[in-house]
Design a protein around this ligand. Sequence first.
Ligand SMILES: [Zn+2]
Length: 398
Amino acid sequence: MMIAAFEREPYLRELEVKVTAVAEDDAGPYAVLSDTVLYPEGGGQPADHGYLGAIQIVAVQRVDGEIRHYLQVAAATGPATLTLDWERRFDHMQQHTAQHLITAIAADELGWETTSFHLGARSSDIELDVESILDADLRTLEERAAAVIHEARAVTARRAAPEELAGGAIRSRGLPAGHEGDVRLVEIAGIDCNTCGGTHVATTAEIGAIKLLGTERLRGGTRLHWVAGARVRTLLAAHETRAAALRAIFETSDDEVLHVIDSKLARLQHAERRIKRLSAALAEETARRLDSSAGIIVEAHFDGADAQFLQSLVRHMTALGTSRACLLTATSDSGSFFALHRGADSELDLETVGGQTANLFNGRGGGSADLFQGKAGSLERRPEAVSLLEDAIGGSSR
Ligand SMILES: [Zn+2]
């Protein structure tokens, strides 16, 4: 089998190829090429993107022993220029080589084996066969990786006979079932030798930097998240933008911002508890005032109050034994609300009156035989709602 260009020359960005076959499957139209500089998804590394002539290549997959380049629109057979999205590829090379390095140091210096690798769009992760990781060990891992990056060690790939694997010096997560023929070995000089079909940078210096982000525990193992290469700067820039916004909002420095947020939250909680107490006292006092008001019904509107306040009012009026029916409305930042209560020992058909009131308010509601409450679209027709309830009471008392 021919070794593809992305493996022979991982830094090659453009290649003159022949489109040998075009077809379509569930994933869309695709082309099979005489050779390719585009890496097909595999081994935790996502597929490359690029162009076949002027046609965008959106995915590359190995299917039935061939490499399918999935295209935005169908292509024709014949000669074409294949171009690699180099920025995306180099990022993948940085993340992937970083993974080899982290895996090697984790195994050799901390005794943790890597059981899986995932190269994500923003960060990447590996799973390690250790139940939990101490912060001090993470620091050791990160410092050691930084040192090897600084040493600019060569990263090379070669094909070898499978028997070479038996020696034990080669780190391998095992060959795919049914693998035949030689294997590809990727070596970081003096650090690691591993079976891998992916693309890698030429020296550890090209990884740039590795920042470990954090861990999470999962089914007996630990997932370790990290970024490498240009992603370290992208992430730092995002953090700095957010830090600047926080400094501006809270008018303080990075050193003080957490303390300022903590104390503001504590004051907010204190204020909320105070508002709750005052609202309860206000509801009780208001209920008493409404109970002794004049009129055949009780009706009142409250600006800046919510549905909860209306419910609290009704509870207090029930406790006071208010016998008249009442219509209460309120408007707050979260909208307008209404509550109808039919009063103690009343025979009023509240469901019907409630439904009609909800219609007048262009809203909706529901409740029990004694209490109907809801949200109002508009309280413009409130006077009509008052008359409606008064008429209903007049009717039911006749
Ligand atoms: Zn690799």
